[in-house]
Design a protein around this ligand. Structure first.
Ligand SMILES: [Zn+2]
Length: 147
């Protein structure tokens, strides 16, 4: 059962790690669906609860719903850039998830794991380290009220 649930979670999203030179995520967001205040609040809450507040927050982080073309058949994407030593992170959730908070939160947690492992898993973003982290979140109860 745990494996099935985890597989479902993993299927929700397949965020890609793109090299900084190809990333222009801020330009493709439609403003009327990009309000991410609740998402940012939940990111903060989950950061405290499940990541010891170690994930980045503040101006270098954007968490938004989006209608990015790349999200057409995907639930979420995370982009990390590091231009001249200044890291910026974008989490985009598919705007279609806006009315389904439990799906949004599951995808958000998935993307937060990508952020935690951003310097370790570029070549295999959903590999062993990622799966271990998802198991850790599941054991910690992160998905109890979601799934
Ligand atoms: Zn992913």
């Amino acid at each position: 059962m745990l494996t099935l649930v985890l597989a479902l979670i993993l299927c929700f999203s397949s965020g890609q790690w793109l090299p900084p030179t190809t990333v222009t995520p801020g330009t493709a967001v439609v403003s009327e669906v990009s309000s991410g205040e609740n998402l940012r609040d939940r990111y903060h809450e989950y950061n405290e609860k499940y990541f010891e507040s170690k994930l980045p927050e503040g101006d270098s982080l954007k968490v938004e719903y989006s209608v990015l073309p790349g999200l057409h058949d995907d639930s979420g994407e995370t982009f990390v850039t590091n231009y001249e030593g200044v890291e910026e992170i974008w989490i985009y959730l598919n705007a279609k998830l806006r009315d389904f908070w439990f799906l949004s939160d599951a995808v958000l947690l998935h993307e937060m794991v990508h952020i935690k492992l951003r310097n370790l898993t570029q070549k295999d973003p959903h590999g062993v380290l990622f799966q271990k982290e998802m198991h850790r979140l599941m054991k910690a109860g992160a998905f109890d009220k979601i799934l």
